[in-house]
Structures are given as C-alpha cells and as structure tokens.
Design a protein around this ligand. Structure first.
Ligand code: HEM
Length: 467
C-alpha cells in the first residue's frame, strides 16, 4: 500500500493505491469477501485511491467534494465501467444505463410519472398495497420481511408501469428473478472477467434464465397491451411515444422494453431493501421505535392507513427512513467511465478509466456524520445540522443522473412504514441478526421476524376491535 500527494490548482488532494492479495484478481476478492470493511479502509490511502479489479484498474473517489464534482460532470464521467456494462445486458440502453448523449431525451420521456405532483396520487396505491400485505399477518407469526417487502414494492411499481396487467403469480416470479439477478450482477462487477460467466455452471445458468424471464414477462405485457385498450400508465405513455404522439421523437419498440425493464428492476429492489433495513434497525432501537409509534398513532388517529395529506406530518417516520438510507444505503457502490483524458484530484486519468463512488463510504465518514455507526433518526429532524453534511448524504446520488424515483421511493417507504407500524411491531428471532449483505445492492436479503400486535385490546390480526 502506498500514498503520494499531488496538487490540484485550488487545493491539495491526496492520491493513493490499495493493492489486493491476489495479483490476478486484484481487490475483487476483498470487495467480494468483506466489501464494506474494504471500502472503509480506503480513505486512509487518499481522497482518490487506485485499486485493481480483475485485470482492470479503477479509481475509488473517497472525498464528498470530489464525488459531487464527478457526479455533476456527466460529460467527462459517463455511465460505464463494470457495473453498467453488466446492467446493459439486462436493461439495454434505458434511462438507467444510457450514455450522457441520450440521457436528456430519455429522462424527459419517463420522468413525468415520477414527478412530485404524480407521486401524491400514487400514495393511495402504496398505502393500499402495504395494508393488504400486513392484513394477512397474524400475531406471533414469523414473516419473511425481505420477501414481503420485495413483494410489496414489486406490486407498487408494476401498478405504476403496467396498471393491473401483471397478475400476482407473475409479480412473484419477477421478485424471484430479481434476487438471482442482483447477486449475479455483483459478482460480475467485482470480477469483470467475462469468460468466467460464460461457463455452464448452475449459477451462470440461473442468472441467464432469470434475465430471460424478466425480458419475456415484459415483452408479453407489451404485446397484450397492444392488442387491448390504452391505459394511463407508463406503458401507455411509451406506446404512445412509439406512434410519435407528443412532442418527443418517436421511440423504438426495443426502447419501450428497455425502459420498462429498467424501471421495474430499479423501482422494486432498492425501496424493498430500505424497508427491510428499517424494520431490522427499529427492532434494535426501541427508543426510535417508540417515537415512531407515537407519531404514527397521533397522525393516523385511528385510521388504517395514511393518505397524501399525512405525508408532511410524518416527520419522524421520514427521518427513520432517511437515517436508514444513510446507515445502510441500498445503492452502495456505482461506477463511471471517463469519456476523455482528464485531470481529476491532481491525477491524470486516461480516457476509458473506471471510477467508483460509494454512498456507503461517504455516509460513514465521521467528519460528515459524527458517530457514523450509530442509528440516529434525530439527525434528520428539522433544525438539526446533518443536512449540512456538505454533499456527503447521497443515497439517491446527485447531479443530472440523480435517482428518478427519489421522491417516489421516499413516499413509498414512509407510507408503507406508517401503515405497518400502525398495527405491528416486528421482532428479531432469537440468535444472531442477519447483517446487511452487499451485492449489486445492500441490505438484509432473507430477514425473518416475528409479528407482535401493537393493540392490547386486539384481535389476532393486529387491528383494534371495532375498526
Ligand atoms: C430507496 C430507494 C432507492 C434508492 C436508494 C435509489 C438509489 C439510486 C441511486 C444511488 C441512483 C444513481 C446511480 C448512479 O449514480 O449510478 C439511482 C438511479 C436511478 N433510480 Fe433509484 N433508488 C431508489 C428507488 C428508485 C425507484 C422507486 C425508482 C423507480 C422509478 C428508481 C429509478 C431510478 C432510475 C431510473 C435511475 C437512473 C436515473 C438516471 O440515470 O437518470 N429508483 N437510484
């Protein structure tokens, strides 16, 4: 390991190198085995740290100011690198993966469905799905929280994209495929050696099958809609664009599929992990849980679920979600690629260099967030200064490629949490608690917890008698 200093005109940044244990795989093994610890060891080497991934070199950006600069300069740091190369095989060139030159047009096409004004309308369906999920729980029952939260968010995003075109069995199949894809993507990102993944191993076969099924499901939904009546959902918007209706240039059939697959996968996975992490953390922080319950009870005042007008009043509930996104950000590691030779942090990066940034790394920097390993929703209450963390809080990234679903997912997580917490408290099973597992995303992936009803005069369903 080595570190040297070089000077950019406006301030001195430190540039270092972290070497891996295995020359051929570089740091890929450390990233696979203990990724969070590995990441957190990097700032000791510099603000910008060179690592090896397989045969490739990459630079990890460790300082929040440099990360912000990189995210805002999309002409130099474009979507690319091992993660996005893999995602393209899955999502084609949709809004998540497309190069900067295509991005503005694509974002304008899909953004309207996720604007804050539309999100308010979606909160009804979010609360309805959350209520229907926890309505089936029974006091004392063990529930698969990871699976249930993914089922919930898959239902919500598929209603926004396709209305009711996907039935329950199909939504469940998407959920299962997603789990396989997320794990496979991560391995392919940290060990970017294509030949390994062409081998006919069971894991490679499972991955290819899952990708094929997601594509087939979306293709079938598109074909069915073409035969049926138009609907006011994102599929309807995209199909109208293929006919050249509206102001935008017309969209190809291939793009319709790419956009839908991109939004379906990104829209379900991260919010589900966020919610699963929320319940896991709350069960270990009784004071935060107590404050949350007090707020939910006061705001709902006996109603079964919140509506759009309740969102601004669920201040502590939202802080719990925000602190969870800081503590365990579902999107924890991303790559970019330089489109030209560039001077970055005083280091000359050749064209085509892979640059890595990690919300997890920035969120655990003690300079930005004192006592970073402590789960403390109070950081985010109005009047606290965590908001002034100088660009270090980036669960949804920043700049023009910031998450399209940021407002949507904050609303979804807040409303779902309030709906569940109104009647249930989730408890960890005895024994060790599953830690967040890093793959393409970060969070607990097979968390099972026990339901406890919050109402003393309750029925076994957690609902107060007479309501
Ligand atoms: C808690 C939930 C979520 C988190 C933490 C999250 C996080 C992120 C992050 C960090 C990025 C930037 C990736 C990068 O810089 O390479 C991103 C991009 C994106 N996210 Fe999310 N996301 C969440 C939910 C959603 C939802 C519900 C949608 C549904 C539509 C969505 C759609 C997208 C899209 C389309 C992009 C690409 C945006 C672009 O390049 O213009 N996300 N998300």
């Amino acid at each position: 390991m080595s570190g040297t200093s070089s000077r950019a005109p406006e301030r001195a940044w430190s540039v270092g190198t972290a070497s891996g244990m295995f020359p051929f795989l570089g740091c890929g093994i450390a990233l696979l085995r203990r990724p969070l610890e590995f990441l957190r060891s990097l700032p000791a080497h510099g603000d910008l740290v060179e690592i090896r991934l397989g045969l490739q070199r990459a630079w990890v950006v460790c300082h929040p100011e440099l990360v912000q600069r990189m995210l805002r300069d999309t002409r130099t740091f474009d979507k690319g690198g091992p993660l996005y190369d893999r995602l393209r095989a899955l999502m084609g060139d949709g809004v998540v993966t497309c190069p900067a030159a295509e991005h503005r047009r694509q974002r304008r096409l899909v953004q309207p469905a996720f604007r804050p004004s539309r999100v308010a309308g979606h909160t009804e369906l979010m609360a309805e799905e959350a209520e229907s999920l926890c309505h089936g729980w029974r006091a004392g029952q063990q529930v698969g929280v990871s699976a249930d939260m993914l089922a919930l968010t898959t239902r919500v995003i598929s209603r926004v994209l396709f209305s009711d075109s996907l039935d329950a069995a199909t939504t469940a199949e998407i959920r299962r495929c997603l789990a396989v894809v997320v794990r496979g993507l991560f391995v392919r990102t940290v060990i970017p050696i294509d030949a390994l993944f062409r081998l006919p191993t069971p894991a490679n076969r499972r991955y290819r099958h899952a990708v094929g099924r997601v594509h087939a499901i979306v293709d079938a939904a598109i074909a069915e809609r073409r035969r049926g009546a138009p609907r006011d959902d994102l599929l309807g918007t995209l199909l109208a664009a293929t006919r050249g209706d509206g102001e935008e240039a017309s969209v190809t059939d291939r793009e319709v599929r790419d956009q839908l697959v991109s939004l379906l996968l990104t829209g379900a996975e991260s919010t589900a992990l966020c919610l699963t992490s929320v319940f896991s953390l709350l069960a270990r922080h009784p004071e935060a849980e107590r404050r949350l319950h007090a707020e939910v009870d006061a705001v709902l005042a006996g109603r079964r679920r919140p509506g759009p007008a309740d969102l601004p009043r669920l201040v502590y509930t939202r802080s719990v979600v925000t602190e969870t996104l800081r503590h365990w950000p579902p999107g924890w590691l991303f790559t970019r690629v330089t489109t030209r030779e560039t001077d970055f942090a005083g280091c000359r990066l050749p064209r085509g260099s892979t640059v890595v940034y990690s919300p997890y790394l920035l969120h655990h920097d003690p300079v930005s967030f004192p006592d970073p390993d402590r789960f403390l929703p109070e950081r985010w209450l109005p009047g606290q200064d965590a908001g002034a963390s100088h660009g270090a809080m980036i669960p949804f990234a920043a700049g023009s490629r910031t998450c399209l679903g940021d407002t949507f997912s904050m609303a979804e997580a807040t409303v779902s949490l309030a709906t569940v917490a109104a009647r249930w408290r989730l408890r960890h099973l005895p024994g060790p608690v599953e830690p967040p597992r890093p793959a393409a995303t970060l969070g607990p992936r097979s968390l099972v917890m026990t339901c406890e009803s919050r109402n003393r005069d309750n029925t076994s369903t957690g609902l107060p008698i007479g309501r």
